[in-house]
Write a protein that binds this ligand. Sequence first.
Ligand code: HEM
Length: 440
Amino acid sequence: MTVAADAPPRRRGLPYVGRTLAYIRDPLAMMRDQHDRFGQVSEIDFIGKRWTVLLGPDACDVALRNGDKAFASGEGWGYLVGPFFDRGLMLLDFDEHHRHRRIMQSAFTREHLERYTTALQPAVAEGLDTWQPNDRFLAYPALKELTLDLATTVFMGGADLTTPDELHRVNRAFIDCVQSATALVRVNLPGTRWGRALRSRATLEEFFSRHLPAKRANPGTDLFSVLCQVTTEDGERFSDEDIVNHMIFLLMAAHDTSTITVSTMMQHLGQNPEWQQRCRDEAMSLPEHPSMADLDGLTAIDLVLKESLRLVPPVPVLARKTVKDTEVLGHHIPADRLVAVMVHLSHHMEELWPEPERFDPERFAEHRREDKVHRHAWEPFGGGVHKCLGMFFAGAEVKTVMVHLLRRFTWTVDPDYRPPMNYHSLPFPKDGQPISLSAL
Ligand code: HEM
């Protein structure tokens, strides 16, 4: 490709740190300011490197469509979380990614999703047994514990696999890995997040490697067993090492993303009692253990889910690195450049969404479909070849938790409450998101 375009404008700032602190403080404000002052394609320093940032749906589109195969996911994400999620599906690229994705898709067929959904029902019901009504119930940590328990049941086979103590240790190790993404100190030193996460990765590898032979020999219906068995029509299957890498990545991909989604839904349903009631009426009409088809038929809960993903996208930025010179909207991007695809801003742009800060689930209803304004206006699951492989599983899990919650509890949240978010890795409310929870 002949490249004759201009370099994007560069924002100068503190060396090494650059816009990191502005991002951690308030990513949306940082993105808006960058967009308004420097346009859709610009350069910043961020977590120790120079990055090209893409803002707005047209700029994001170029990297997600990746027409000239210039944008690699592995080295982009690798800079942020590479040592901990090495060789997970999102960190593979091009032919190798295509081969692994084809095999993994066989673990996410409708038939398997129905089995995972069946396993979710008693696990959610049991997890909610520990929730005690309280005027100041901290929803976020309770949801985090619940989704971790669900992951150990549906992903690993839970108690059939090992002891509660070991599961607890594995959960801890996994959380350490996730929390390392925006660490400014990125060396293996004692007492650093980075160093702790490296040791935790070793714990996870040892855990999955030790249990793998039993899963191959005596499979259940959990995802770990399924990954051990799946084979494509051409006879391709995962090696032991692939399975360990994919399991560690899948736990990460599934966990914080689903937790923050349910937590955002709970906040808005607590602030909008009429929507809470509408969703509860729907939840009450389902059988005790809803099937995948029952969950697919939900309307109000689906609208609230979509609007919550718009307001707080669990993955606000997608990371890439250019493997060759390329061009985005007339700007030259050299090879070897880290690229931040900032989808979060698109979800809040006034040019795309009327009253973008307002909770208005109906905007996704058939008669409005505001998301159709641009193919990348709403992109919580990403786009292109790396689009979330677990999005239907995520939908089933989030809706299952919601249905069970609505049937057991009612809750309120102060209408003026705005969660103080932590953006060190994926977003979460620092105050634990207090709600007033009552039994129904
Ligand atoms: C609400 C919950 C979720 C959200 C918002 C979400 C979001 C995303 C996003 C944005 C990506 C693309 C990243 C990129 O292009 O750089 C992604 C990839 C991925 N997600 Fe999810 N995710 C969710 C839940 C899940 C769950 C539950 C699973 C597994 C059970 C999962 C598995 C994956 C996998 C395997 C990839 C990599 C796909 C590839 O590279 O081919 N995700 N997810």
